[in-house]
Design a protein around this ligand. Sequence first.
Ligand SMILES: NC(=O)c1ccc[n+]([C@@H]2O[C@H](COP(=O)([O-])OP(=O)(O)OC[C@H]3O[C@@H](n4cnc5c(N)ncnc54)[C@H](OP(=O)(O)O)[C@@H]3O)[C@@H](O)[C@H]2O)c1
Length: 325
Amino acid sequence: MAKRIQFAQTGGSEVLEFIDVTPAEPGAGEVRVRNQAVGLNFIDIYFRTGLYPAPSLPSGLGTEGAGVVDAVGEDVTHLKAGDRVAYAQGPLGAYAEYHVLPANKVVVLPDGVDVETAAACMLKGLTVQYLLRQTYPLRGGETILWHAAAGGVGSIACQWARALGVKLIGTVSSPEKAVLAEQNGAWATIDYTKENVVERVRELTNGEMCDVVYDSVGKDTWETSLDCLKPRSLMVSFGNASGAVEGVNIGILNQKGSLFVTRPSLNGYADTRERLEMMCDDLFGMLKGGEIKIDTGQKYPLAEAGKAQDALQGRKTTGSTILLP
Ligand SMILES: NC(=O)c1ccc[n+]([C@@H]2O[C@H](COP(=O)([O-])OP(=O)(O)OC[C@H]3O[C@@H](n4cnc5c(N)ncnc54)[C@H](OP(=O)(O)O)[C@@H]3O)[C@@H](O)[C@H]2O)c1
């Protein structure tokens, strides 16, 4: 028997159960990973609350982890038992001691990247990879606005933007988070719970405003974000930490300056093996080159996944959070 977290109904963190299961055998094209560390992500909360529907209930939770390949199904050629691996996509169920998933979503970890670091950065780091290098291929010299800059994705974004020579203005909810974001390379920070974000962006940019706004807060920041953009520039809405953006009249893009908007996801970018490998090479290169260091602000036992989610949802975490089976 082995432990896993599952939920039979949507709701608060109390719906998460820590149960015994017999680990499944991998089918054709699948591997079973013995997780040594599991990544905690805001999307896990969207599934638990029902904002994103799970394919069926009861359901496992989580899509990010790292550990050792434990069993290999038929037709898998690039992995073998004992390989050190990580993943950030695939079926829900990473909050577990063992997880079975398609082998094409699993990558071998290079020497020098340990499993805890991998679990803390696969999903978040690949997200930053596509946002800064693909959604808008930043070249250096641009000014961007990044909400929740001291969070898991935000902490990596600050460092990657600095490495690219991009001025990242980060929003945060406390002075402590401002210090963290600036240590990670944010060019400036704004406390969006106290300051007028549009006015501060105007001052900081001498009225020019931003080339791109990256907004994962959603409902609370959508309109402010549009007001921080240069004419004809890009709004990237990639998350819903405060609730989903709904009921948008597309005419607002005209009113705010002929803007572009996109709503991307990791699965939409890492949608082939070749693209996943290209993105991992870029991320692992940044880690090995020392441009990015992963700040794992919190570690919880797997059994305390609910407590970890409450901290993330309650804005009490900084950097990444991992669960240890
Ligand atoms: N589309 C994609 O491909 C993709 C992939 C990964 C993550 N994401 C999104 O990126 C965001 C960051 O993910 P993460 O896992 O790294 O989380 P995180 O940034 O560590 O945590 C979320 C942060 O959002 C801020 N926030 C603002 N309003 C909030 C509210 N009402 N409730 C809770 N938090 C609020 C808080 O920072 P302050 O206290 O500083 O406000 C909080 O720490 C999430 O929205 C997630 O869904 C999207």
